[in-house]
Design a protein around this ligand. Sequence first.
Ligand code: AMP
Length: 182
Amino acid sequence: MYSADIQNKTLDIIKNSIRNVPDFPKPGIQFKDITTAIKQPEILKEILDMLAAHFKSQKIDYVIGIESRGFIFGTALAYLLNCGFVPVRKPGKLPADVISQEYALEYGTDKIEMHKDALHKGDRVLIVDDLLATGGTAAAAAKLIDQTGAEIIAFTFVIELADLGGRQLLENHAEVYSLIKY
Ligand code: AMP
């Protein structure tokens, strides 16, 4: 177990490795680019080790990764937690029968899908994405999982944009754990 001091220094190093790209994909958005973090082997390892350390004492059957950056952290985390990985994808990508969930965007709606037979009642799952903003995407993933009867143990993110209220939206479903806060 890390001392709090070493842990805080490691989190600062991770934070400094994330590139901020102003006005992407549209004016006013400060895009948090994780590619500059994960190309560094020691940073990628620290991120995954810290996430895994937080959840290793909890019995988790499946990590649910949200397309597409949730896949990067989700599969590696599933490996470290000795559990399976289930993808939640954008519409039309999964080959077999799916269940789907619509959710509201700033303008219009979007949809996510998961294979119908991916989860069953009683499965214990951890939902993973790279970043928590308004929480709309993760909340939609939670509704999708609720359709299956599986139990959501927690949501986890590398980055949390704390002013956007995502945590408040998700916390009544399950624990929310993020490494880096802005
Ligand atoms: P939200 O549903 O508002 O919580 O948005 C979360 C999703 O949008 C995640 O899949 C993120 O990858 C992406 N996202 C939202 N805002 C940003 C941002 N500022 N930088 C990078 N990705 C973002």
